[in-house]
Design a protein around this ligand. Sequence first.
Ligand code: FNR
Length: 383
Amino acid sequence: MTFANYQDELYAQGRRGDAPQYPIALADLEEKASHMMTPKTWGYVAGGAGNEQTQRANVAAFERWGLYPRMLVAPEERDLSIDLFGHTFPSPIFMAPIGVYGPCAQDGHGDLHCAEASARTGVPFFAGTLSADPMEDVVPLLGDTTGFFQLYTPPDRDLAASLVHRAEKAGLKGIAVTLDTWVTGWRPRDLRGAHYPQVPSTCLTNYTSDPEFRKRLGPDDDPVETFIQNLPIFGGPFRWEDLDWLRAETDLPIMAKGICHPDDARRVKDHGVDAIYCSNHGGRQANGGLTTLECLPGVVEAADGLPVLFDSGVRSGADVVKALALGATAVGIGRPIAYGLAIGGTAGVEHVLRMILAEADLIMAVDGYPTLADLTPDALART
Ligand code: FNR
């Protein structure tokens, strides 16, 4: 079974007279999803910071690179598997953490659907701090696929430690600590409706179920209201000494999410992280920034052998192959997962993942790259 088989399945279905159940082109998928979310959720998911120039540029950056096709190789089998922290995954993609996966799905349980899609595809899922279902309910649905935790670090260190230790106990195998969202960026689409914070009401279950958090509730306190009034949603300032705190708190591999400058990559490495997660949060935080793809080669060089996870602007299998050739160890899919959830829950997410993987696999076949090791910067040229 290769990832390319998804194409054969779709053609076979067509021969039986059945058109594909879900859109194939990303633009069609996005359009359909836009009608299946509430306007608030759609604006939150599809929108970004400022006039969204960085968000658009993240996507456009991939068009400035082209892959060389290599002939007379014709690899009938391709190996897309990776090893991360001693765990083997069949493919080099992952589902990026998104705090509103929950309400993207029609039944409000998007995190659970992503976990099921992870079990079906072997594509790892990052259970988020912001989640419509607590991590203890998400993890059992991951099946045999290793999962990770994304941490927004509450300023109350007892609560933060509790989240970290719950992730360990639940069986998640690494922690991506998000560094770029200690304060919310300027987001006109949300501001227009003045509906920040729209996230909390549906996505606070990891906090409201937490024993440390519940200790602080009075008998008549509403947990969600108490949270909103007392804690910054995303955690507040997080600095070098806080990274040292986290390093001392857990033996799980730590991924530093939001690193784009080579000096920061070198420094987080010195502070003992296990992987660098190069991301600009999909252009949702600071407009006017470099694209993540532009930052990737410098970060990879500075990482000096440490794994580099990458996201922001990945929309296709071709994008995945280009990011891998530029040195990413694993490539994160963000908004397209939310669109898949909206149109089909678990099956919609599985469709998105399988489309991306089928295209990546077929590009490696056509272009003559049998393994990920063959995808080096020499496989690319600037257009
Ligand atoms: C995010 N992202 C994010 N990251 C994180 O570490 N914790 C979170 O809770 C969220 N929440 C979130 C919500 C929504 C609606 C979006 C679109 C994104 C950022 C995410 O992990 C990833 O970096 C971006 O989605 C990548 O950009 P693209 O590919 O979606 O453009």
